[in-house]
Design a protein around this ligand. Structure first.
Ligand code: NAD
Length: 292
């Protein structure tokens, strides 16, 4: 079985790395924060003290980091970046949601070193990461995808090859346009129902059985109604994704007026409640606005 180095053990990366350990892979883990490293060591993962040690002897490197600058630093630009240590033949899989253009730059840098690089961002949230049922969207050379498909199958319920380098990230941007739109319109609907004094759990139940049903109603509405905004996907990360989408559209000469409005709303949410709150707190923000 292939040996894997896993970098970034946050809300998503920790359960993903745990699933690989449980599937029998030899996994060495790395994060700037100690606690998730310790938890994974207890589950059977190995520790690396330096990036050199992390990469040594591992054929696959997986990253699950917040944003483009984190991924660039960890993989190509930092003094201790993976590129300085990865042997030709290594395959690097970036599962973070980042810019397709940055993805292509990283792809180019690794290509020159004979190292494979594919983009494989995910959808499905913490629940999907824990259950190993993520939806995974892959870009890069098809032969590298074929070589790591067994690993991606442990993490995902549906693993789809989308095209050349960056195609996975562009697909993820499309996913996030819809995620941002559905959570915002659902929050507006629930905020109206709340203002009218309706029982929000009844509203959720009846909407779920009609044409308005969606993943957010099924998985997120109960927590939102209860006011539980402990982060499973940080608002600052959704704002990052919305901005990636706005930028991508702009590059193509496209305007996304609805998404621009949503960007404004999430920027205000992050400003008021902090970037670490769950993105579903957009419901709270809309309720606050109704009271003013
Ligand atoms: P997170 O903030 O919970 O975790 C990020 C982890 O990366 C942290 O543990 C942090 O310490 C670590 N880190 C940062 N820089 C590092 C470095 N240089 N070296 C090693 N570790 C470093 O974020 P998350 O929710 O796990 O999301 C990760 C990525 O997955 C993001 O791009 C996000 O947009 C995407 N994503 C998240 C979800 C979700 O529901 N949370 C769903 C799909 C996709």
């Amino acid at each position: 079985m292939k040996k894997i180095a896993f970098i970034g053990l946050g809300i998503m990366g920790k359960p993903m790395a745990g699933n690989l350990v449980r599937a029998g892979y030899d996994v060495t883990v790395f994060d700037l924060v100690e606690q998730p490293v310790e938890e994974l060591i207890r589950q059977g993962a190995k520790r690396a003290k330096t990036v050199e040690q992390l990469i040594e002897g591992n054929e696959i490197v997986i990253t699950m980091l917040p944003n483009s600058p984190h991924v660039k630093t960890a993989l190509t630009d930092g003094a201790e970046a993976v590129i300085h240590y990865a042997a030709p033949g290594t395959i690097v899989i970036d599962m973070s949601s980042i810019s397709p253009n940055v993805t292509k730059e990283i792809h180019h840098a690794f290509q020159e070193k004979g190292v494979g690089f594919i983009d494989a961002p995910v959808s499905g949230g913490r629940v999907g990461a824990e259950a190993g049922t993520l939806s995974i969207m892959v870009g890069g050379e098809r032969h590298y995808f074929s070589e790591v498909k067994d690993i991606l199958d442990v993490l995902g319920g549906r693993v789809m090859y989308m095209g050349g380098s960056g195609a996975g990230q562009t697909t993820k941007i499309c996913n996030q346009i819809m995620v941002a739109g559905t959570v915002t319109t659902m929050s507006e609907a629930l905020a109206v129902a709340k203002k009218e004094g309706l029982d929000l759990y009844h509203v959720r139940d009846v909407l779920q059985s009609g044409g308005a049903n969606c993943w957010h109603l099924e998985h997120k509405a109960a927590g939102m109604i209860a006011g539980d905004y402990s982060p499973s996907f940080k608002a600052e990360l959704l704002l990052k994704d919305v901005r990636l989408a706005v930028d991508k559209a702009r590059e193509e000469g496209l305007e996304l007026p609805l998404l621009r409005k949503i960007e404004e709303m999430f920027a205000r949410l992050v400003d008021h409640y902090g970037g670490g709150i769950d993105y579903t707190a957009i419901f709270q923000q809309i309720c606050d606005d109704f009271e003013q």
